[in-house]
Write a protein that binds this ligand. Structure first.
Ligand SMILES: *Cc1c(COP(=O)(O)O)cnc(C)c1O
Length: 404
């Protein structure tokens, strides 16, 4: 029999031989459109800091002042003695921002998703999830013990069909990303709401990448659809999750919804109850981020301008992009090794873009996940596009010449 240490070695060797080995790179500069990676200065096109707030002077100052007022650590969980005025005020401001009755802060989006689903969904329920949902939503669905089904990405017809034939259950849940994290495309919220309504299902939306980026004042995908005239409220979309580590540029996450929903989470959500509250200083930083998100529409306009130029030029070059109006742009390469190679070649050109490979994305859809920030300059975008043009012959699979 193999020893445990042999098993560990072999699993790594396997991973390596599949071109799926993951390695971390060490950053020694602030999060920005330029970062120092392994001692090299690179233009950064892989951060989720879409609005450029992670190192914004006002956000930094708010955090420092938070430390002066509260110290560094929160000292305990929210239900013991860790729930500061900073956390409380942020919750009230997030509820107001999203137009919902209440908000609850979590230490991370992963915990918010796993915690919310396991608290609300039980083994007598059915849960339907988009196949490309974030891992934390899929994990939460599995951990809940409910009957669990994934529907093909964005395929509402298939979802309707599945849910129409669903087995006997207490409650039914439909769970979706708002903006999908690896493709940048969006859920068709009004259609999801219809399916939920027609099947007495509860809809859960995780808009981690939509808040701050989409809609007037950065209200996210919900706001985007409301502006198109759709009616969305706590009744037809009862559970909404957002994170603070993306456009907010800070850390943590939140769930918003009715009074009863939030009180249930406070009572029963284990990843909420049994963990130390995030630093109050970070909550202060998030409060300042939120003010900037609401106020500075130019950040969203700038992003849209960058995205437009990027997509037009990529189409001219013949690259396959995901169907995305958001700062997440997937440049599909297909093969995992080729994607890694593309990332390496871009690094030689002074550009940092990570290759995303299975199992994070489906087999055969390995890609460069290129993300934009409102702080990117036109010049930085031009450098990226030139580099992509230069490396193109080396990253597209050679066509077999059948006629020859
Ligand atoms: C990043 C992300 C999460 C996890 O949030 P963290 O705060 O990083 O744990 C959850 N859902 C989606 C859709 C995400 O993109």
């Amino acid at each position: 029999m193999k020893s445990f240490s042999q098993q560990l070695q072999e699993s790594l060797a396997d991973r390596q031989s599949q071109g799926l080995y993951r390695q971390r790179k060490t950053i020694t500069s602030p999060q920005s459109t330029e970062v120092i990676v392994n001692d090299k200065l690179l233009v950064n096109f892989c951060s989720n800091d879409y609005l450029g707030l992670a190192n914004h002077p006002e956000v930094v100052t708010a955090c420092k002042e938070g430390i002066d007022r509260y110290g560094v650590g929160s000292g305990a969980s929210h239900l013991v003695v860790g729930h500061s005025h900073a956390h409380h005020a942020l919750e009230e401001e997030l509820a107001d921002f999203t137009g919902r009755s209440r908000a609850l802060l979590f230490s991370s989006g992963y915990m918010a998703n796993v915690g919310t689903l396991t608290a609300l969904v039980n083994k007598n329920d059915c849960i339907y999830e988009d196949k490309l949902n974030h891992a934390s939503l899929l994990d939460g669905g599995i951990f809940s013990g409910a009957k669990f089904k994934r529907y093909p990405h964005l395929n509402i017809a298939k979802l309707s069909e599945l849910i129409g034939n669903k087995p006997e259950s207490e409650n039914t849940f439909i769970v979706s990303d708002g903006v999908f994290s690896m493709d940048g495309d969006c859920a068709e919220l009004p259609r999801l709401i219809d399916v939920a309504k027609n099947n007495q299902a509860q809809l859960v939306l995780d808009d981690a990448h939509g808040f701050g980026v989409l809609g007037r004042n950065g209200g996210g995908l919900i706001k985007y659809y409301q502006e198109c005239g759709h009616y969305i409220d706590e009744e037809n979309l009862p559970v909404v999750i957002g994170t603070l580590g993306k456009a907010f540029g800070t850390q943590g996450a939140f769930v918003v919804g009715s009074e009863a929903l939030i009180e249930n989470l406070i009572q029963f959500c284990r990843p909420y109850i049994y963990t130390t509250a995030i630093s109050p200083a970070l909550a202060e930083a998030s409060r300042t981020s939120l003010k900037l998100i609401k106020k500075e529409q130019w950040r969203r306009e700038k992003l849209q301008a960058l995205i437009k130029t990027f997509r037009i030029r990529c189409a001219e070059l013949g690259f396959a992009l995901t169907n995305s109006m958001t700062p997440i742009q997937g440049l599909i390469i297909g093969n995992a090794e080729k994607s890694l190679e593309a990332s390496r070649l871009l690094e030689n050109e002074g550009i940092y873009v990570t290759a995303i490979r299975p199992p994070t994305v489906p087999k055969g859809t390995a890609r460069l996940r290129i993300t934009f920030s409102a702080n990117h300059t036109e010049e930085q975008l031009a450098v990226l596009l030139l580099a992509l043009e230069k490396i193109q012959p080396r990253i597209t699979l050679e066509e077999v010449n059948v006629s020859g």
